[in-house]
Design a protein around this ligand. Structure first.
Ligand code: ADP
Ligand code: MG
Length: 608
């Protein structure tokens, strides 16, 4: 399927405008001449009560109004909803909106109704009578917007019912949920692919804030979008100063972040930690110097709400949280977001640091990590995705009739929590069905292996990506944005991260090489000038058989040499016992070659 890809960044907005205009002219062929941008602006003001478009919205609205399928990837809070609301009103008929969470649906419907629009919803939280009335109004053409959760589509006859009256537009919100590769895969979203053809000729717009290039492709395929225009923009954040620091043990991180938060202008701050226990412990430790409170999913709902309120009201200056914190948090003046461990993926990381500096003022985002973090994350993936042989064994124990999860756990001598983690995967891949009442049954003959294996590998790959970000010696903002849109990233450098401007870094502490380190660096460059592309581990053993410098210091030296432009690295891999082991090779640049000849090395490295 041919696809047009358009990235609206400041450099390429020309291109996008061309495309949108093309859409308009196509619409003109269908006899709707006159519906141009001033017309949309008018509608924006009279029906939605907004005075002007935000960056990016107008092009998207024009394309959707013109009847084109669209993929819209913009960060949270940038105003994506408007990009289906306005075209929905412009196109007439009802706009169907698919959204994964009841809370999101209620929020959106409430806002639209308050603005005098006819919006309704169908989801499991509503009574049968209420739903019936909504269905009647939909069929009578009385609704501007009908919101629903995707599991409605599994109700027999419901998609056919909807198709009896064609909608004017179909909007799939949080569209990354459809992708196996997304961070929040929801099997019910997969139903959309079967169902959307029945609703044509309405155009379909898929919206999300977190879709890497791979997830974007999956969305297009799974929804069956036809010749979609992709708008991917807004990921570049000018006011975020990114740093990543390799650290040792846990205490080390605590010391570092304590110091970081004491710098002038560092508060308010979010400190993300990997576990509930860490949230408690770090909050206690930080409370010696700042007003810090813990936040995690293990706390009672009332405590969580009170904690969040205290942070929003500036009574607590630091919130120490697990990934459970952040949904819908819109505090404009967060000055620091620190992570005390490697995140599980770049999508997660970008989402979490995106909460810093919403007011546009400079804000610092710092990642503290170590090599060991990777093992911890991999262990978690392995726990959630056990070996296929083990799965097979476990699956055999699941009856084909409905069985209570707790009974099954007991029979298998597993904790309900562990069993649940595995069964959730199997449910996603079709091998079992899981009811809301805590029952489970096996689906004989299901093909779950291929997607299961792919998803597991993908999760592992995401950890590698996160580590690659942490270890990059290139521009950090460029690296982050590149995961979402290589076009938006381009070759722009932020000029202010720890790699672009090492002297201005606060979390990282650079110092010039001492005499011994300079000799080590020279030996390394000379060795590479004899034989380029050597593997890092092998070089370390070859040049420093006594183990001095140790690997960590050696790596710090390499980063310094890379920042100074003497070296680059590339990834390579080999197979060992059926597993892929990745490693890095070092390449000398022309200036590295020159330095090897002259013996003049000028660089700095991280203070250990
Ligand atoms: P997203 O879905 O991208 O996270 P929303 O669509 O929920 O963001 O919009 C975020 C906020 O921005 C909402 O409160 C919305 O009313 C507001 N907003 C969106 N577009 C505009 C606009 N053109 N002018 C003013 N406010 C807007
Ligand atoms: Mg949204």
């Amino acid at each position: 399927m041919p696809r047009k890809k358009i990235v609206v960044s400041s450099e390429t907005s020309q291109g996008a405008r061309r495309k949108a205009t093309h859409g308009i002219s196509r619409m003109a062929e269908h006899g709707t001449v006159g519906k141009t941008e001033p017309w949309l602006l008018d509608l924006l003001r009279t029906r939605l009560g907004f005075q002007a478009f935000r960056p990016g919205q107008e092009e998207v609205c024009a394309a959707v109004t013109a009847g084109q399928d669209v993929v819209l990837v913009m960060p949270t809070g940038s105003g994506k909803s408007l990009c289906y609301q306005l075209p929905g009103l412009a196109r007439e008929g009802t706009t169907l909106v698919i959204s994964p969470l009841i809370a999101l649906i209620e929020d959106q419907v409430g806002k639209l109704q308050a603005g005098g629009l006819k919006a309704e919803r169908i989801h499991s939280g509503r009574s049968r009578d209420e739903s019936r009335e909504v269905c009647r109004r939909y069929q009578a053409g009385e609704l501007d917007f009908l919101f629903m959760a995707p599991e409605r589509l599994a109700v027999p006859g419901f998609p056919e019912f909807l198709a009896r009256r064609k909608p004017g537009l179909v909007a799939v919100d949080e569209a990354h949920c459809i992708s196996y590769w997304g961070h929040d895969f929801r099997p019910d979203y997969r139903l959309l692919g079967e169902w959307i053809p029945m609703l044509r000729p309405a155009p379909v717009i898929a919206l999300t804030a977190t879709a890497t290039v791979r997830v974007q492709k999956d969305i297009v395929k799974a929804l069956g979008l036809v010749d979609p225009v992709e708008f991917i923009r807004g990921f570049w954040r000018d006011n975020l100063l990114c740093e990543a620091v390799e650290v040792g043990e846990k205490a080390d991180r605590l010391e570092r972040v304590t110091e970081l938060l004491q710098a002038p202008g560092a508060l308010p701050a979010i400190v993300y930690v990997p576990t509930r226990k860490a949230a408690e412990e770090v909050a206690v430790a930080l409370a010696a110097t700042v007003s810090a409170v813990p936040y995690h999913a293990g706390l009672p709902q009332a405590v969580r709400a009170a904690t969040q309120d205290a942070f929003m009201a500036d009574q607590a200056k630091v919130i120490v949280a697990t990934v459970a914190f952040g949904m819908g948090v819109d505090k404009p003046d967060i000055r620091t977001v620190a992570h005390l461990a490697l995140p599980a993926s770049i999508e997660n990381y970008y989402q979490e640091i995106g909460r810093a500096g919403r007011d546009g003022k400079p804000s610092r985002v710092v990642l503290y990590y170590s090599w060991g973090d990777r093992k911890t994350l991999e262990f978690l993936v392995e726990k959630n995705y056990p070996d296929e042989k083990e799965i097979e064994k476990l699956l055999k124990a699941v009856p084909e009739e409905w069985t209570l999860l707790e009974e099954l756990a007991e029979a298998l001598a597993m904790t309900a929590e562990d069993l649940q983690a595995v069964l959730k995967q199997l449910h996603n891949h079709g091998a079992v069905t899981w009811s809301n009442e805590g029952q489970v049954k096996r689906n004989p003959g299901a093909h779950w292996r291929k997607t299961y294996r792919e998803q597991r590998e993908h999760r592992m790959g995401q950890i590698d990506d996160a580590l690659r970000y942490a270890r990059t010696t290139g521009c950090r903002m460029n690296t982050l944005v590149g995961y979402f849109s290589t076009r938006e990233a381009g070759s722009t450098r932020c000029g202010q991260c720890d790699n672009c401007a090492p002297k201005r870094a606060v979390a990282r502490d650079f110092r010039p090489l001492d005499a011994r380190e300079r000799r080590w660096a020279e030996r390394l460059l000379v060795e590479l000038s004899h034989r380029d592309r050597q593997a890092v581990g092998r070089l370390h053993r070859l040049l420093f058989p006594t183990g001095t410098p140790d690997r960590q210091r050696f790596e710090a030296l390499l980063s310094g040499l890379m920042r100074a432009g003497y070296l680059t690295d590339e990834e390579d891999a080999f197979d060992k016992d059926g597993e892929t082991v990745t490693f890095r090779r070092l390449l000398l640049t022309p200036s590295g070659r020159k330095a090897a000849l002259t013996g003049k090395v000028k660089c700095d490295m991280d203070r250990p």
